[in-house]
Ligand binder design. Sequence first.
Ligand SMILES: Cc1cc2nc3c(=O)[nH]c(=O)nc-3n(C[C@H](O)[C@H](O)[C@H](O)COP(=O)(O)O)c2cc1C
Length: 188
Amino acid sequence: MSVIEIIKNRRATPPRLFAKKDLPNGSVEELLRSANWAPNHKKTEPWRFKVYRGEAKAKLAADARTLLLEKQKEGYPVAPEKIEKFASTIEQVPVAIAVILQPDSAGRLPEWEEIAAVSMAVQNMWLTATEMDLAAFWATPTFIELFDRLLELENNQKSLGFFYVGQVMMDFPSPGRRDWKEKIEWKD
Ligand SMILES: Cc1cc2nc3c(=O)[nH]c(=O)nc-3n(C[C@H](O)[C@H](O)[C@H](O)COP(=O)(O)O)c2cc1C
């Protein structure tokens, strides 16, 4: 596939459509190697990933369910169905990668630049997954703001959601895009 074909074929595939099959270690490593080539300002390389599989993934799902139900009882606005959907998705996907922002310790950059760099690292993984015929999805529910302890984040780190990867069970249709020309102003 050419780069433009990979870009167009990349899909946010709902994890319920992932095949119930494991992913070889080598495939996950390939995605992470690709992430590491993302552009970044001042060479801060602000992306960090925690790869959850097997028992660690089952524990993450169970701990997330417990934490969110507790918070919900204390008044945090999250519906029990959302909690269940989130936890069961983590249980079902073969690999859940926590996407983490590691800000520059010297504070030389505005946060948006570092979020942009992490997002480019995620896009690298996503495009590489597409080329490898894998399914992927980036989930960013609001309640991940509660996950610092669960993900054992260091003080200044921030969770930017979960990137799920699996084997393609079926192709998911593209929602398409509005015309690119609507978003452009040519200045000649
Ligand atoms: C930063 C970011 C966060 C996202 N978070 C979610 C999410 O929490 N839930 C969701 O259903 N889709 C999420 N998506 C995926 C979008 O829904 C998806 O990209 C969009 O529907 C377009 O589909 P496509 O990527 O297959 O072209 C996210 C995408 C990005 C870039």
